[in-house]
Design a protein around this ligand. Structure first.
Ligand code: NAD
Length: 457
């Protein structure tokens, strides 16, 4: 497999794909070692993750540079991702013991009967990962999986394999045996072969079509399949907001990482009484974005990681304009340099007849639709097959929370967006997925309960 730099198209590395024989051997070794790993005191597994944390900080600049070289993520955002993974590791390490401790459900009240719940690891699990935040979406899975005593077969995205390789080296160097954390290199075909192995669970982050294919392939096997998928995340801007602050926050939420975040703002609805002022403010915030060399500290938008996405974005612009949208800025490729670049693009006069308001764009493009009132905004926000995040910008908290209460999505935001917290469950509804990572439920997901009915003689 060739690794290319999306900023200039140059090949930067060549990695050997994991073969079918290597894959089965890894699964067999993981099967043999997993019980030994699970039997170790939890303190040892926690210590391994603490050492992994130290490796991340020690290799910080090098790791950020690797991430930028293979994904085109601006270097400041690559550093930001490593900064952001540290509190996630801390959360898992601090909470895993309380989550997996045995629970006494019924004390012996003199009848001689006691009831206890224990939490056992699933066994050998597959972690199939996306490229857009490889540290975040990887660590959300492999860290709690390892801490709770599972063996992990980790397949990073083919577009972030150098980062995946570095993650594996750091875990091995931290005391996680290679048998317990196996690196699987390759594209979707290798991912499909991994799903076909005799494993005890699949934890996937990626697109809805791939998630659906994995759920179909695993159906009937009676193993947990957890899917963290895409979104078409809406935000409603009410008429009582600080317009400039909302516009600046939402421009960041739409264009951070070139819009390649699962929780990027993908649709904006704005109350008609402030629509013109909001769009003006939004356009001036977009004007301030710096498109350029991702290794430059000043850059806010780099190339698209996956060149093929450019065609999706071009088609969304053409479809929207043909159906009456107004292209306010951007709309096309940035030429030169050999990489895959797209201009930050803003469309107004959009409707739900247009693909840009229905299908995940996963790029630097946003549609802004004017609405007459809260009822229309709510109906449009819920008019989607996805359900990852949704937000309301408003000064009036009860108004915002009432709207958010009626939105169907896994996360809701008041006056913020594009945000993930280790303390809160990260989950999608509909085409955005099944199950949750992070929080206590994102640790519990890697265990299965055992119910103990104990009658004392
Ligand atoms: P993708 O679905 O193309 O690939 C994801 C992973 O699946 C890769 O490792 C790929 O090699 C593998 N894969 C592809 N086909 C497979 C198959 N048939 N069987 C098994 N594995 C297979 O997604 P991507 O382009 O890497 O990531 C972008 C998508 O991920 C977007 O839709 C984004 O919204 C979503 N995402 C979601 C979250 C979340 O937490 N909900 C986080 C990040 C990204």
């Amino acid at each position: 497999m060739l690794v290319t730099n999306p900023a200039n198209g140059e090949v930067i590395a060549e990695l050997a794909d994991t073969t079918a024989d290597e894959l089965s051997a890894s699964v067999e070794r993981a099967r043999a070692f997993q019980p030994i790993w699970a039997d170790r005191p939890i303190a040892e597994r926690i210590e391994a993750i603490r050492k992994f944390r130290a490796h991340l900080l020690y290799r910080y600049d090098e790791l950020a540079a690797i991430l930028t070289s293979e994904t085109g993520k601006p270097i400041s955002q690559a550093r930001g991702e490593i900064d952001g993974v540290i509190p996630r590791l801390d959360y898992f390490v601090d909470h895993v013991e309380a989550v997996v401790d045995d629970e006494v459900a019924r004390l012996d009240d003199g009848s001689g009967l006691e009831e206890v719940i224990s939490h056992e690891p699933l066994g050998v699990v597959a972690n199939i990962s996306a490229w857009n935040y490889p540290y975040f979406v990887g660590a959300n899975v492999f860290v709690p999986a390892l801490l709770t005593g599972n063996a992990v077969l980790y397949k990073p995205s083919e577009l972030a394999s150098l980062t995946g390789q570095a993650i594996a080296e750091m875990l091995w160097g931290s005391g996680v045996p290679e048998e317990v954390f196996a690196l699987v290199i390759g594209d979707g075909a290798v991912g499909a072969a991994l799903v076909d192995q005799p494993i005890d669970g699949v934890f996937f982050t990626g697109s809805y079509p791939t998630g659906r294919a994995i759920a179909t392939a695993a159906a009937g096997r009676m193993i947990p399949v957890q899917l963290e998928l895409g979104g078409k995340d809406p935000v409603y801007v009410c008429d009582d907001v600080d317009i400039a602050a909302a516009a600046a926050s939402l421009a960041d939420g739409a264009f951070y990482n070139a819009g390649q975040s699962c929780c990027s703002v993908e649709r904006i609805y704005v109350h008609r009484s402030i629509a013109d002022a909001f769009v003006d403010s939004f356009l001036s915030a977009v004007d301030g974005l710096v498109v350029g060399d991702p290794t430059d500290d000043a850059t806010s938008i780099g190339p698209l990681t996956r060149a093929a996405q450019i065609e999706v974005l071009e088609a969304q612009v053409a479809d929207a304009v043909a159906k009456g949208a107004t292209l306010r800025t951007g709309g096309g490729r940035v030429h030169g340099g050999g990489g895959a670049w797209f201009e930050p693009t803003v469309l107004t006069d959009v409707t739900h007849e247009m693909a840009v308001m229905r299908d995940e764009s996963f790029g630097p493009i946003i549609g802004i639709q004017t609405v007459t009132d809260d009822t229309e905004a709510l109906a449009l926000m819920n008019d989607t097959a996805y359900g990852l995040t949704a937000g309301v910008y408003a000064t009036d908290e009860p108004r915002a929370t009432e709207l958010l209460d009626r939105v169907s999505s896994g996360s809701v935001y008041w006056n913020c967006c594009d945000r993930v917290s280790p303390r809160l469950p990260w989950s999608g509804r509909g085409h955005s997925g099944i199950g949750s990572t992070l929080s206590r439920s994102g640790i519990r997901a890697f265990t299965r309960p055992k119910a103990w009915h104990l009658r004392h003689p």
